[in-house]
Design a protein around this ligand. Structure first.
Ligand SMILES: *[C@@H]1O[C@H](CO)[C@@H](O)[C@H](O)[C@H]1NC(C)=O
Ligand SMILES: *[C@@H]1O[C@H](CO)[C@@H](O)[C@H](O)[C@H]1NC(C)=O
Ligand SMILES: *[C@@H]1O[C@H](CO)[C@@H](O)[C@H](O)[C@H]1NC(C)=O
Ligand SMILES: *[C@@H]1O[C@H](CO)[C@@H](O)[C@H](O)[C@H]1NC(C)=O
Ligand SMILES: *[C@@H]1O[C@H](CO)[C@@H](O)[C@H](O)[C@H]1NC(C)=O
Ligand SMILES: *[C@@H]1O[C@H](CO)[C@@H](O)[C@H](O)[C@H]1NC(C)=O
Ligand SMILES: *[C@@H]1O[C@H](CO)[C@@H](O)[C@H](O)[C@H]1NC(C)=O
Ligand SMILES: *[C@@H]1O[C@H](CO)[C@@H](O)[C@H](O)[C@H]1NC(C)=O
Ligand SMILES: *[C@@H]1O[C@H](CO)[C@@H](O)[C@H](O)[C@H]1NC(C)=O
Ligand SMILES: *[C@@H]1O[C@H](CO)[C@@H](O)[C@H](O)[C@H]1NC(C)=O
Length: 735
């Protein structure tokens, strides 16, 4: 009765807020024991506990039944010497035996502890124990609490053979070293280990990643500066690590873990231990590139399941001090701010700022506006360089070994005017090259391997010529029009500036098709001109005659020096013709008052004949040529001479007229003298067989009115004469 009351009270004390908790047997799948009781209500229902499975909850909440039942047996301890050695007194075979001895003088565990094989719990805090010793014999040991002693190291065999050791507390001992696999290994299954407030400077990965499920390992407030992997512990990718909570708060770790050094070549393997909780608070974190890959990997998970123990803040660099890594960098998507500076030792040019930026997978060499006059000789190692050389005074783009490792090369706003071929060759085709704002006046053909949309040349003016068709092709083929605002090449060609986008070299250069066309055109024009000239030349007399007729019509002026109205030139060897001229023609005209000069009749033979002829011709207003087949031949030398001077006079004096009477009705082809021929051609001759019977009237019309002066009485005729001749006219026309 009394004992039972005690039991109820105990329960109430142990879990004051859960008086009505129901405990049920829980057999962990990873340890061979059946004595654990788990508060099933709590583990199934309490949402405030970060649990996903009953096993995980019970790993933290379960208690051995003897703790709840109070069916334990406390052993009695007896000091045997002054140095803190002691021994146990009691029944060595009794079950659920406990050793509780706090605030004593023990320098080590009792000598005869191995005789009490059923010990389940040892609690010896605030003693002077400096070494745990060989406790492999305690096969039933469940709880070991040696906090506030002076244990300085833990070997890998200390807990190795304690298969039921569930709870280990070694707080504040000054432990400096803990060997690999000291806490975790295939034969151990420690649910809870508290090694906080010790002096450990490093911790081995094997002790952080137990294969079996655990509740919490607390290494907080040590002096840990790094996590190491001395025994080359490997995460087994085929195993499921259920994990637990690892507390590393308040240590001296500042640099993020180098997972490669930890033997984790592929950090995606860390996905295996993603269910682990890791608290890394109260440390002076250096927020740099080393942190980035892990955070990037866990970015999605971190955003989804926020846990307090990821509340990690930066200490360095100063500008990030106090910023939460998860809040600011991960959730704020600013992982690109996590960089590592490169120094001169890493081959960063001394004027420049170089850094590795894992988020963008690049190494940046920032030499913006630092006054470079040459490209740096060297830059840091790395495969994906971003070279920012803008705003300097660089004049030559020469070859550099690092160009083929560069993804972005910005050389905008420099003074570049010369580009070497091998420099261009070493720059990858997909590299982003920015040469805008330079002083380029020529563009080498090497550029045609670039995409004008990626290679920014800015607006450059170069001098182009007909060999630059590659330029036009380049611009057209690579759709440069769309990126006109980044690359536009203006050609100076044919005395004007033309954008290559609109440039048609054909307009400036004679290519083959245009050449033929032009030649033909010019040929035709020349031929036409020649033809026209030829025609004009051939028909020059005809044209002259036509022109004269037009002008002379208007000419009605009186020329006082003229003595004769008409000079009749004909072949006077032709008797019939002579008679017709003298009797018919001359008579007819004289009737109308025309003064006529007929060489054979009126010539003064005393004169030198040719001079006299010239004089006569000059004082006659018009000329009648009676064209017969012999008019202009070698036989009729005289008419030939007459004709020469008549034409000459005609040519010089606009008012004069030549009337050609085609006596023999010659065709133009039968007339050999060109000027005469022209008269026949233009129809300026008068057909002798004028069928309209108005030969004389025609002649008279053409002669115009006679010059009525007091001179030249020889040629004056009376009206009477004219009338008498009238019949002759009819006669003549009847011929
Ligand atoms: C539990 O013990 C049995 C035999 O007693 C053994 O076959 C089994 O491997 C053990 N399991 C574990 C997890 O130790
Ligand atoms: C610890 O004691 C066991 C016997 O209880 C013995 O077999 C083992 O070799 C000892 N280990 C060490 C490290 O001395
Ligand atoms: C335990 O540590 C010793 C040296 O301290 C080493 O030789 C041995 O291999 C280790 N054993 C295990 C299981 O790690
Ligand atoms: C552990 O470190 C603390 C603080 O540095 C120091 O006072 C103490 O003496 C160290 N303990 C041991 C056992 O070295
Ligand atoms: C994060 O840690 C700081 C101190 O290191 C604390 O003030 C803050 O409340 C913590 N935030 C969360 C969400 O735990
Ligand atoms: C890198 O260098 C810049 C300028 O020197 C400095 O402001 C920054 O804090 C440094 N960053 C890191 C992570 O060291
Ligand atoms: C190289 O850097 C650029 C950003 O500058 C990035 O977009 C690209 O993915 C990187 N390439 C590789 C192969 O890492
Ligand atoms: C490079 O440096 C210039 C001037 O120091 C700065 O304005 C610019 O933001 C820097 N660029 C990068 C990508 O760091
Ligand atoms: C870059 O060029 C150098 C020779 O100048 C060559 O040795 C190196 O392999 C090249 N690197 C790449 C990434 O092509
Ligand atoms: C260049 O033009 C493209 C398309 O017209 C446009 O999307 C882009 O914003 C422009 N860039 C600049 C710097 O004007």
């Amino acid at each position: 009765m009394c004992r039972r009351m005690f039991f109820v009270l105990f329960i109430a004390q142990l879990v004051p807020n859960a008086t009505f908790m129901t405990w049920e047997i829980w057999i962990p799948p990873f340890v061979n024991r059946t004595d654990l009781l788990c508060p099933s209500d709590r583990c199934a229902l309490d949402p405030t506990i970060y649990v996903t499975t009953k096993n995980q909850c019970c790993t933290c909440q379960a208690k051995p039944s003897w703790k709840l039942d109070l069916v334990t047996y406390d052993l009695v301890l007896e000091y045997t010497r002054r140095g803190g050695t002691a021994q146990l007194i009691g029944d060595t075979t009794i079950a659920n035996a406990r050793l509780v001895h706090n605030k004593g003088f023990l320098s080590k565990l009792p000598n005869n502890v191995c005789q009490f094989v059923n010990i389940v719990e040892i609690e010896a805090t605030y003693n002077k124990i400096s070494s745990i010793g060989n406790i492999s014999c305690l096969q039933m040991l469940d709880t070991l609490d040696l906090s506030y002693n002076t244990i300085d190291s833990i070997g890998n065999s200390t807990f190795k053979n304690l298969p039921l050791l569930r709870e280990l507390r070694l707080i504040n001992n000054g432990i400096k070293t803990m060997e690999p696999y000291a806490l975790a290994g295939t034969t151990m299954s420690i649910f809870l280990a508290d090694l906080s407030s010790n002096n450990m400077t490093k911790i081995d990965l094997s002790n952080l990643v137990p294969e079996n499920r655990f509740c919490q390992y607390d290494f907080s407030s040590n002096k840990i500066v790094e996590i190491v992997n001395e025994q080359n512990f490997q995460i087994n990718v085929n195993k499921i690590y259920h994990g637990g909570f690892v507390d590393l708060d308040a240590n001296d770790i500042t640099q993020w873990f180098d997972f490669k050094d930890l033997g984790i070549d592929d950090i995606t393997i860390l996905g295996k231990i993603m269910q682990f909780g890791l608290s890394l608070q109260k440390m002076k974190w250096t927020c740099d590139c080393r942190m980035e890959p892990f955070l990037e990997l866990t970015q999605d998970a971190l955003k989804r399941i926020w846990r307090d123990y990821y509340n990690v803040t930066c200490w360095d660099p100063p500008e990030y001090r106090g910023l939460s890594i998860t809040e600011h960098f991960v959730k704020g998507d600013k992982l690109d701010l996590l960089i590592c500076n490169k120094t001169s030792a890493d081959k960063c040019p001394k004027e420049c700022h170089c850094f590795y930026q894992p988020k963008n997978r690049r190494t940046v060499v920032n030499c913006t506006g630092v006054g470079l006059t040459l490209l740096p000789k060297y830059v840091p190692e790395g495969e994906n360089l971003t070279l920012l050389f803008e705003g300097n005074h660089i004049e030559y783009l020469e070859h550099r070994e690092y160009f083929n490792r560069s993804y972005t090369i910005s050389l905008s706003n420099n003074q570049i005017h010369t580009i070497s071929s091998n420099a261009i060759e070493s720059i990858g085709n997909n590299a982003i090259l920015d040469l805008s704002g330079n002083k380029m006046y020529e563009l080498s053909r090497d550029f045609q391997s670039f995409d004008p949309c990626i290679t920014k040349l800015g607006k450059i003016k170069i001098s182009c010529d007909c060999d630059d068709d590659w330029l036009v092709d380049w611009v057209k083929n690579k759709r440069a029009e769309q990126c006109k605002n980044t690359t536009e090449i203006i050609c100076f060609i044919g005395e004007m500036y033309v954008s290559t986008i609109d440039l048609d070299l054909g307009n400036f250069c004679n290519d083959d098709t245009n050449l033929t066309f032009l030649n033909i055109l010019i040929g035709i024009i020349i031929a036409l001109l020649l033809g026209i000239c030829g025609v004009l030349y051939t028909f020059r007399y005809e044209l002259f005659i036509l022109k004269r007729r037009f002008i002379s019509k208007k000419c009605s002026k009186v020329y006082p020096y003229l003595e004769y109205d008409v000079f009749i030139s004909f072949d006077n060897n032709d008797t019939e013709l002579r008679i017709w001229v003298m009797k018919t023609l001359a008579s007819y005209l004289q009737v109308f008052g025309y003064r006529i000069f007929i060489p054979c009749r009126d010539e003064n033979f005393a004169d030198v004949r040719e001079e006299a002829l010239i004089d006569t011709i000059n004082i006659c207003k018009n000329y009648i040529i009676i064209l017969c087949d012999k008019y202009h031949t070698e036989e009729t030398v005289w008419t030939t001479v007459e004709w020469k001077y008549i034409w000459h006079s005609f040519k010089l004096n606009k008012e004069r007229q030549i009337i050609v009477i085609n006596y023999h009705q010659l065709e133009s082809s039968e007339v050999h003298e060109n000027k005469l021929k022209a008269f026949v051609r233009v129809g300026k001759d008068i057909d002798f067989s004028n069928k309209k019977h108005n030969l004389f009237k025609d002649i008279q019309d053409r002669l115009g009115s006679p010059i009525r002066t007091n001179y030249g009485l020889k040629c004056a005729k009376t009206k009477f004469d004219a009338r008498s001749l009238h019949n002759n006219e009819l006669f003549a026309l009847d011929i």
